[in-house]
Design a protein around this ligand. Structure first.
Ligand code: GSH
Length: 215
């Protein structure tokens, strides 16, 4: 039995939900409010008090990107979502790092400040957001998917956990105060992601129901 602890407003949760769907795995979805995350039961699962957490039988894993790697290694027999050639694997890892680095400290943080009252420096978070979007725009100018390597032997890889990890907080850029209009190739990539059968949209942060769940 697999259980995902998350909320629908969290792109960290969204990426895990998308891979579970892509792998056609049955799972229970457990919403975890902000208050519940600081309770002792939740802290016993993740001392950092963060969602998402995945429980798979007696295995408990915290951290969205760690969960993506676990699910792909355990359940993806075709190695589609986490390709195994050295070049492709390095490329996927690079984008997982960017999701946990530049995107988390840029787009995700700016959205948390704007929409959920997180206390931090909005100007700096937005500047980091613009920098990573500019880099993604260049990267996606000659690729359909983040781990594709045009001109290399591995060539076209297709969507991977790298795209799942990065798309959520890019798709909510407007809620971070960053319009996506200048980033044509980023928008094309997002559109392609939205067409995937596993894609899971993030509800608007300003809906009252959503706000009760927090990010
Ligand atoms: N590195 C973690 C970051 C997860 C994270 O930042 N989760 C946020 C929600 S999106 C959280 O639970 N923050 C603690 C809180 O809101 O109390 C991951 O990738 O899972």
């Amino acid at each position: 039995m697999i259980t995902l602890f998350a909320t629908k407003l969290s792109a960290h949760g969204q990426r895990v939900e998308m891979l579970l769907k892509a792998l056609d795995l049955e799972f229970a979805y457990q919403h975890v409010t902000r208050e519940e995350r600081s309770g002792s039961a939740f802290l016993a699962l993740n001392p950092l008090g963060q969602i998402p957490i995945l429980q798979d039988g007696n295995v408990t894993i915290a951290d969205s990107n760690a969960i993506l790697v676990y699910l792909a290694m355990r359940y993806d027999r075709e190695n589609v979502w986490l390709p195994r050639t050295p070049e492709a694997l390095a490329s996927v890892q690079r984008w997982l790092s960017i999701a946990a680095g530049e995107i988390a400290h840029g787009l995700a943080l700016a959205r948390a400040i704007q929409q959920f009252g997180a206390e931090n420096n909005l100007e700096e978070a937005q500047a980091r957001s613009v920098r990573i979007l500019e880099a993604m725009e260049i990267h996606l100018s000659n690729r359909l998917w983040l781990a594709d390597e045009p001109g290399s032997e591995t060539g076209r890889i297709g969507p991977t956990i790298a795209d799942m990890a990065c798309c959520g907080y890019v798709s909510t850029a407007a809620e971070a105060g960053i319009p996506l209009n200048p980033y044509v190739d980023v928008r094309g990539w997002l559109f392609r992601m939205e067409q995937q059968p596993f894609f899971e949209p993030i509800p608007p942060a300003n809906s009252i129901v959503s706000r009760q769940l927090h990010c």
